[in-house]
Design a protein. Structure first.
Length: 405
C-alpha cells in the first residue's frame, strides 16, 4: 500500500486531465489537429503526467516534442552564473523551436516552492529580460493564429503542504476544479465556456470606458476604451473561469489591497498593497517578500503598470481553497469570487481587430503594456465593481462575487 507521500492519481484521471489539455486547452478550445506539433514542458516531479500527455497527443494524431526539466537545478544556476551566463540567449535554438511547434503545454509543479528565496532577485529579473526576444517571437506567431498554449497544475507534496493539505486532498481539489470525475470533462468544459462567452459578450456590448473597484483597502480606477475587448474561455490555462481584459496602461489610479499569497520567482510574497498614479505603481509594500516584489516592479518600463484586469464569478468556479499557486488562486470562487490584476505584459489578443496587422508603435499608442513580467496578484475580498460607460452612465457589473449582467 502506498504512503500518502507517494500518492499518484489513477491512470484514468491523468488520461482525462491530459485529454482536457490536448483536446480542449489548445487551439482556442477546439483541440489539436492531425499532424500538429505539440511541445510538452514537464518537470521531473510531474513525471506521471508526461506519459498521459504524450499519449493524448499521439491519439489525436499529433507529434509530441518533450522537454523534461530536472528538479532542483535553478538555485545552483543562479548561484553560479555570471552576467554573461545570465544574459545568454540561445537564439538559433529557440528560433527553431518556435518555427517547429504549433502548440505548447506547460505543467506547473514544484518540488520546492521556496527554492530561490535566498537568490538575489536582481539575477532572476536579469535572466527573465534576456529571453524577451523569445517572448516576442512566440507572441507574433500566436497573433497570426499559428500557435496556442495552455498551462496546468500537477500537485506535489511540497505544494500541498504550502496549501495546508495532504497530497491526496490537494489532488482532490485539482480533480474537482477541472471536472476530472465527470464522464466527459472535455464536453463539460465546452459548457462552461458558453457561460463565460455570454458574460464577456455582454461586457463588450456595454462599451465600458472605466472600471471603479471598491473594497476594504481598495479604491481603484482602471481605464478602458474601444481598442480592447474582454476575453475568457479559450483554454489557455486549465482551470480558468475568469473574464479579463487588457486595460489602458497609463490610466490606472488609486490603491488596491490584495488578500492572497503569491508564489513567484521561487519566493513567497504576501500582504501586497499597491498605489497607482497615471498608470504607474508609485508605492508598493508587502508583509513578506517585499524585496522581490519591488525588484519585479523595477524590471523594465512596463513592469510597474498593469497588463490585465480580471474577475471570476463564484458560481462558475469550483475552487474554494487556497492552493498556493496563482493558476488556481486567480480562479478561486469562494464567498466573494475574486479580482486580480497582472503587473506587466498585456494580452494583445484583447485587441478586437486583426492583431497581426498592428505595429509596435500602434500597440504603444493604444496603451497596451509591454514587459517581460506578467505577474497576477489576487484579492478575494468582498468588492463592488462599477462600470462607467461611454455615455457616462454608471452600472454595477459585479458584486457579492457575481456578475450582475
Amino acid at each position: 500500500m502506498k504512503s500518502e507521500k507517494e500518492y499518484v492519481p489513477s491512470k484514468k484521471i491523468l488520461d482525462k486531465y491530459a485529454d482536457v489539455l490536448i483536446r480542449f486547452g489548445l487551439n482556442d478550445g477546439k483541440g489539436i489537429k492531425k499532424g500538429d506539433v505539440v511541445f510538452l514542458q514537464v518537470p521531473e516531479c510531474a513525471k506521471p503526467m508526461l506519459s498521459a500527455l504524450s499519449n493524448s497527443v499521439l491519439r489525436a494524431g499529433g507529434n509530441p516534442i518533450i522537454q523534461y526539466i530536472p528538479d532542483g537545478i535553478s538555485k545552483d544556476f543562479f548561484n553560479l552564473a555570471g552576467d554573461n551566463q545570465l544574459n545568454f540567449f540561445p537564439g538559433k535554438y529557440l528560433r527553431g523551436r518556435i518555427d517547429e511547434i504549433d502548440h505548447s503545454v506547460s505543467i506547473e509543479a514544484e518540488e520546492n516552492p521556496h527554492e530561490l528565496e535566498k537568490v538575489d532577485p536582481k539575477k532572476i529579473m536579469q535572466r527573465s529580460k534576456s529571453f524577451r526576444l523569445y517572448k516576442e517571437w512566440r507572441d507574433e506567431k500566436e497573433n497570426r493564429k499559428k500557435f496556442s498554449w495552455t498551462l496546468a497544475l500537477y500537485g506535489t507534496e511540497a505544494m500541498a503542504k504550502e496549501a495546508g493539505m495532504t497530497l491526496k486532498e490537494y489532488w482532490g481539489e485539482i480533480i474537482n476544479a477541472c471536472y476530472l470525475n465527470d464522464k466527459n470533462p472535455v464536453k463539460k468544459w465546452g459548457e462552461i465556456v458558453k457561460e463565460i462567452n455570454r458574460v464577456k459578450d455582454r461586457l463588450n456590448n456595454l462599451k465600458v470606458r472605466k472600471l471603479h473597484v471598491e473594497a476594504m483597502g481598495t479604491d481603484l480606477i482602471v481605464g478602458l476604451d474601444g481598442n480592447r475587448k474582454w476575453l475568457g474561455g479559450d483554454g489557455a490555462n486549465i482551470p480558468s473561469f475568469e473574464v479579463f481584459i487588457s486595460p489602458k496602461s497609463e490610466e490606472t489610479e488609486g490603491r488596491i489591497r490584495f488578500t492572497e499569497k503569491l508564489y513567484r520567482y521561487g519566493n513567497l510574497i504576501e500582504g501586497v498593497e499597491l498605489e497607482f498614479k497615471k498608470g504607474k505603481v508609485v508605492k508598493a509594500s508587502a508583509k513578506k517578500g517585499e524585496k522581490v516584489l519591488k525588484e519585479m516592479i523595477a524590471t523594465d518600463s512596463g513592469s510597474c503598470k498593469i497588463g490585465e484586469f480580471s474577475l471570476t464569478d463564484k458560481r462558475l468556479s469550483k475552487i474554494n481553497r487556497f492552493m498556493a499557486t496563482t493558476l488556481f488562486d486567480e480562479n478561486v470562487g469562494g464567498r466573494y469570487g475574486n479580482i486580480h490584476l497582472a503587473l506587466g505584459n498585456a494580452y494583445q489578443s484583447s485587441y478586437p481587430g486583426n492583431v497581426s496587422k498592428v505595429s509596435k508603435g500602434e500597440w504603444k499608442k493604444m496603451q497596451y503594456n509591454e514587459s517581460v513580467v506578467h505577474t497576477d496578484i489576487v484579492s478575494t475580498a468582498d468588492k463592488k465593481v462599477t462600470a462607467i460607460l461611454e455615455n457616462g452612465e454608471e452600472k454595477v457589473i459585479y458584486m457579492d462575487g457575481k456578475f450582475l449582467i
